[in-house]
Design a protein. Sequence first.
Length: 126
Amino acid sequence: MKIRTDFVTNSSSSSFILARKPQLNEIQKEKIVQYIEEELLGEKVLSPESTEEDIQKVFEEYWNFHDKDMQKQVRESLKTGKSIYCGTVNYEDAEGYYAEMFEDIWEIMKESAPDEFDEIDTDLSY
């Protein structure tokens, strides 16, 4: 656990120290984009290939699709070739979620290029 000896504000933040090459390599970039797609941009629930039955099922199962204007926007997006993704952010748990996100990204960096990335102080508790 970190003990703050300097000025402490009311914010809940934590610091870290990393050593890394200035530029990300292609594997790191690829893995970070993959992580963002999987963890931060929602789960795919509909695609342009979805049937009317699939669309109606999603509209019934997901509370945020009950609005008729929202349903119209979804249908228009599907017609233009876009897929629909859903996700949640629990702000009560956001602190732990953000710490886990940083740790996951650091792990990607370390695994992708062990000689280019070192964790020096990554204790995100405060």
